[in-house]
Design a protein around this ligand. Structure first.
Ligand SMILES: Cc1cc2nc3c(=O)[nH]c(=O)nc-3n(C[C@H](O)[C@H](O)[C@H](O)COP(=O)(O)OP(=O)(O)OC[C@H]3O[C@@H](n4cnc5c(N)ncnc54)[C@H](O)[C@@H]3O)c2cc1C
Ligand code: FES
Length: 283
């Protein structure tokens, strides 16, 4: 694939280095983009998204689960739900995909420095939050206490569970896991509560007035977690939500992702609760 350097419409070639199955329908794809993509990828901020193209199938927005700034390898955690994601799950290691971006607004990292950060992930929402979590842990001295609350339907659907347990064991991360339904059989190695993600917040003691919270998961979670966090004392400007809307261009041209007067692809996908309160259809 040839490139027109830095043109946001033109994908760079990216080799599929490795594919690791995380659950029955979700896998982690590690891509090595061509060298010319590295200057733009080096500007990646957790929460931003890339447009991934699978030749012959199409292009989809995905928020990287990590992006290594040294060599530009990109981790994409993708659930198989339809046409393009099907084709991606069938792609062989070594095949060439396309990548453009990163695009959109990510988490306000500089502003979050010095504050405790509470991450709340539901289901596949752990994918975009993983890049934020890894950034916070790699730069732990610049942030306050880091807490992750992660809920999945059942233990087998809890993505990155070994990695999260390992990160918590190393220190620097308070980790709370919950599943909607108790496992039918004994399930190895992880202690997790049984209940919904908002249940984890109940009675959780933290420095709410000084904290930032980042939420990613199914839309139904947002309204309820947003309200719970506000009630606990977190300012709505510091409650950050990553939204998903159907996208096409990814760069503010087609209005496919309009949210009131805002465009999810340029003004988001990360928004503050205070902004979203002004947009009735947002949540
Ligand atoms: C900013 C952003 C970040 C995303 N990050 C991730 C990620 O990290 N991992 C991941 O697996 N997915 C992510 N998605 C969702 C991903 O883009 C869609 O799953 C993908 O576009 C589906 O394409 P498809 O051709 O496989 O499915 P299609 O054949 O187009 O559709 C299959 C089903 O998925 C639904 N669907 C399609 N697109 C979306 C969408 N954008 N949001 C919600 N439902 C949709 C359709 O309504 C349909 O029911 C993200 C979306 C956005 C906007
Ligand atoms: S996807 Fe085209 S304007 Fe947002």
């Amino acid at each position: 694939m040839t490139l027109l350097a830095n043109h946001p419409d033109t994908p760079f070639a990216a080799k599929l280095l490795q594919r690791r199955q995380l659950s029955e329908d979700t896998a982690l794809f590690t891509l090595a983009p061509e060298a010319a993509a590295l200057p733009s990828l080096s500007r990646f901020i957790p929460g931003q998204f890339v447009q991934l193209s699978v030749p012959g199938a199409g292009e989809i927005p995905i928020s990287p689960a990590d992006l290594a700034h040294e060599d530009g390898t990109v981790d994409l955690c993708v659930r198989r739900v339809g046409h393009v994601t099907d084709a991606l799950h069938q792609a062989l290691e070594g095949s060439t995909l396309g990548l453009r971006g990163p695009f959109g607004a990510g988490f306000p990292l500089a502003e979050m420095e010095g504050h405790p950060v509470l991450l709340l992930a539901g289901g596949l929402g752990i994918a975009p939050l993983r890049s934020l979590l890894l950034h916070l842990l790699r730069n732990g001295e610049r942030f306050g206490e880091i807490t992750l609350m992660y809920g999945a339907k059942k233990p087998q659907l809890m993505l990155f569970r070994e990695e999260l347990a390992e990160l918590a064991a190393r220190g620097g991360l308070r980790l709370y896991l919950t599943v909607d339904f108790a496992p039918e059989e004994p399930w190895g190695g992880f202690s997790c509560a049984v209940g919904l993600l908002p249940d984890l917040l109940k009675g959780f003691s933290f420095d709410a007035a000084n904290s930032y919270a980042a939420i990613c998961g199914p839309p139904a979670l947002y309204r309820c977690l947003g309200a719970d966090l506000e009630r606990a004392g977190v300012a709505p400007q510091r409650i950050l939500l990553s939204l998903e809307r159907r996208m096409r261009c990814g760069i503010g041209r087609c209005c496919h992702c309009a949210l009131g007067q805002k465009l999810c692809c340029v003004d988001g996908p990360v928004f503050r609760l205070s902004e979203l309160k002004e947009i009735p259809e947002a949540l």
